[in-house]
Design a protein around this ligand. Sequence first.
Ligand SMILES: [Zn+2]
Length: 45
Amino acid sequence: MLICPSCMSGKVVKNGKTYYGKQNHKCKDCNRQFVTNNKHTITDQ
Ligand SMILES: [Zn+2]
C-alpha cells in the first residue's frame, strides 16, 4: 500500500499518468500529488 510522503496517510488514489509515463497518485487527506517509479520510490511532483 502506498503512503503519502507528506502526511503519511494511506488514503492514496491513482491520479493518471505523468508526461513521462509514471504513475501519478494523489492523497485524499492532504490532496498532495506525487509519483512513484518502478522501485516504489516516492518522489515529489
Ligand atoms: Zn497526504
